[in-house]
Design a protein around this ligand. Structure first.
Ligand code: ATP
Ligand code: MG
Length: 469
């Protein structure tokens, strides 16, 4: 079979061979090539030891315990790794020690799934093959051989994720592989082969031995994938979600009433499915938006109600964000999205009420909140939008240039200090907040002269004694 490969890739393979070593393209790159997809990461495997690889490629660097040497080429880094074999996974997390393997076959057999356990060996350059330029890469046509000891090509055709070797044994070595299986499935739109799937169900509790950082990374990749809702459903049906996000699973079987046909959990997952955003944080906020419902459900007049579920949900989201070791900024974003997702609109709403909503969400995050709402609506079986939502959007657009934060005021802290002849301190923020509240009600008051004249009154007012909001 022939492939068109970047000339950089071919030169790395040929340099290894000319120096007397083996050299193969391995892992995700082979999978992508066979699927005729663009390759992002080029990984190579060789029998050369790290020091030998470095000699073959002057300017390369070697800086980790996995025997990987990085070769910088045209802004990319190509990673060349010595064949490996792994022994003794006593903690189900990381191999106790990585040993250099003797052969490609050994290296492939320690990889996770059949579609990831193939290698490409370059053979003859096609005579007179024209150098094609695609973007900035030069592609060369070359005869290749695919080394596929575990039937990866067949599984690729049948769209199946199958463990290399015995799945239970492989998941006991590294429990994160259970999430990798679901992640790959969600990225590629593949199913999980029966025995592999059964082994995940049987071994789900092993995931507890994996660090939350590694769980988080795979979970976020599932949320970012092409099929995030199917990925979450698989996490649920295997029992992994109960361990990772028990708060979300709690919504299973909780009825919603009204126009909703699904339980709370299914509604959350369907909202994620229909969320139009590609952004992982907006998608995650959409998945979690109703996470407060199970704890707030009260049956009134025979119907389930969920008063304050957005307040309870926002609290729960903080717990989840801390568990998943999310950065503080992302945690705050998720909190905000869940806390304010219940906005409603009717034409009698005043501009200042709409400005208040805009201030809470923040100008730049309003389109994200709308995307959450679209997911919420479609995930509940409604149309994408309604006249109310469209009218709110256009009223928001009309208010975008109004002052929405203290920073938009025509005066600042220095003005307050000068006018009152005081030093920096909490009074300044309180005065500015007090005046900002006035301006939020009536933007015409955002006038420098007017605000300066109001400073003495602001400092004496009762409201400015307490911090606003
Ligand atoms: P992508 O980079 O597109 O997400 P990939 O297949 O390259 O997909 P990586 O996480 O970069 O995935 O891993 C590279 C290769 O290393 C995999 O294809 C697989 O062969 C192997 N691998 C990665 N993680 C594991 C693991 N936990 N157990 C066994 N093999 C693994
Ligand atoms: Mg990769």
């Amino acid at each position: 079979m022939t492939f068109q490969l970047p000339d950089d890739v071919i030169s790395i393979l040929q340099r290894l061979k000319k120096s007397g070593f083996d050299g193969f393209v391995v892992g995700g790159a082979v999978r992508d090539l066979l699927q005729e997809k663009e390759v992002h990461d080029w990984d190579f495997a060789t029998d050369a030891m790290p020091e030998q690889i470095q000699k073959v490629f002057p300017g390369s660097f070697y800086d980790n315990q996995f025997g990987t040497v990085g070769i910088p080429r045209d802004g990319n880094i190509f990673e060349v790794t010595t064949f490996r074999t792994e022994h003794g996974y006593s903690d189900k997390r990381r191999p106790n020690k990585v040993e250099w393997g003797k052969s490609l076959e050994e290296d492939l057999s320690r990889r996770d799934f059949t579609i990831n356990a193939m290698a490409l060996n370059s053979k003859l350059k096609i005579q007179n093959s024209k150098l094609k330029t695609e973007g900035e890469k030069n592609l060369v046509e070359i005869e290749v051989e695919i080394i596929d000891p575990f039937g990866g090509q067949k599984d690729l055709k049948n769209k199946l994720i199958r463990a290399v070797g015995g799945p239970t044994e492989r998941f006991s070595e590294d429990a994160l592989r259970m999430m990798r299986a679901i992640r790959l499935g969600a990225e590629l739109g593949f199913g999980i082969e029966k025995k592999t799937l059964e082994a995940i169900k049987k071994n789900k509790d092993l995931i507890k031995e994996i660090s939350w950082e590694r769980i988080r990374d795979e979970f976020l990749k599932i949320i970012s994938s092409n099929f995030p809702a199917d990925g979450v459903k698989l996490l649920y049906s295997t029992g992994l979600l109960e361990i990772i996000l028990p708060e979300l699973v709690k919504g299973a079987g909780v009825p919603q009433g009204g126009h909703h046909i699904n339980d709370v959990f299914t509604h959350c997952v369907e909202s994620l499915r229909f969320c139009p955003s590609l952004d992982v944080w907006i998608r995650l906020a959409t998945l979690l938006h109703d996470v407060g419902k199970p704890d707030t459900m009260v049956i009134r007049d025979g119907k389930p109600t969920f008063y304050n579920h957005e307040v309870v949900g926002a609290r729960i989201v903080k717990v989840i964000a801390n568990r998943l070791r999310l950065p503080r900024k992302k945690r705050d974003f998720l909190w905000k999205m869940v806390r304010w997702h219940m906005f409603a609109y009717n034409p009698e709403m005043t501009d200042s009420a709409i400005r208040r909503f805009m201030r809470r969400v923040g100008k730049e995050d309003i389109p994200k909140m709308i995307e959450l709402r679209v997911g919420d609506r479609k995930g509940g079986g409604s149309r994408e939008t309604s006249w109310r939502l469209e009218e709110l959007k256009s009223r928001i657009a009309g208010l975008m240039n109004d002052p929405l934060t203290v920073a938009d005021l025509k005066i600042d802290g220095f003005d307050v200090m000068k006018t009152l002849n005081i030093k920096p301190g909490p009074t300044i923020g309180k005065v500015l907040n007090f005046l900002f509240e006035e301006v939020l009600e009536d933007p015409s008051k955002n006038d420098r002269e007017y605000l300066l004249s109001r400073i003495p009154a602001a400092v004496n007012s009762k409201d400015s004694q307490q911090s606003s909001d």
